[in-house]
Design a protein around this ligand. Structure first.
Ligand SMILES: [Zn+2]
Length: 225
């Protein structure tokens, strides 16, 4: 990872490479994958110009992980505040997706796949309609290249609006989902989506303005519903 100033108005572009065992699934991040292939520590050190301590760590990792170690490089991010930078690696599986000008996908842990399968069509439908609605009323196209939504277990909050890679707590997907549970789910999906215009694209200067983007996201999600 990298040191940074966690200050919203200090935005930067970030370029991420992930090295992982081939037993894991394809990692996900804010941007689409630029390239993926077998990891070669020596070649990577040359290509990336990494300082020797980092390259030694990578070589040690490659030795432990064996020959089947994968290097994934992502496209550089848009200009982002660091608090919405993210990547996910491990046993994540894509459960559903829709193509279009902005590809939209939903992911879960492999072990929770069946639960998300029940809800994925609904989630994709609400997201697609929300994207069309927000683009129309804001007069600004969705400002990122794709939109991934990942459902995980045990988050400390319901959701986090990482740019183009939102994570949700899967307690939003209940086995016996009531009408009000569906409303709550749709409200949360639209809240996080709206942050891609208000928060991720246009960003607060400092944390004391957090209320502004949050109250606006609450309002506009209810309005969209
Ligand atoms: Zn929010």
């Amino acid at each position: 990872m990298f040191p940074c100033f966690d200050q919203p108005d200090l935005k930067a572009t970030m370029k991420l490479s992930v090295v992982n065992s081939s037993k894991w699934n394809q990692p996900i991040s804010n941007q689409p994958v630029a390239s993926t292939g077998l990891f070669n520590a020596v070649k990577h050190r040359k290509d990336s110009g990494l300082v020797s301590s980092s390259s030694k760590q990578l070589e040690a990792f490659a030795k432990i992980a064996g020959k089947n170690t994968i290097l994934t490089t992502f496209q550089p991010t848009e200009l982002l505040p660091t608090y919405v930078f993210a990547f996910g690696a491990g046993h994540l599986v894509m459960v559903g997706s829709v193509d279009g000008p902005v590809p939209i996908s939903v992911y879960s842990l492999t072990s929770k796949k069946e639960n998300l399968e029940i809800f994925s069509a609904y989630i994709l439908d609400v997201t697609q309609k929300g994207m069309t609605f927000f683009q129309t009323i804001f007069g600004k196209a969705y400002p990122f290249k794709k939109y991934d939504q990942i459902f995980l277990r045990g988050l400390s909050v319901w959701a986090i609006e990482n740019a183009a890679m939102v994570v949700y707590d899967d307690s939003l997907l209940k086995p016996s989902q009531t009408e009000s549970d569906y409303y709550e789910l749709a409200d949360t999906l639209l809240h996080e989506l709206s942050h891609h215009w208000f928060g991720n694209y246009v960003t607060i200067k400092w944390w004391d303005e957090l209320w502004l983007k949050e109250s606006f996201a609450c309002f506009i999600a209810s309005y969209a519903l």
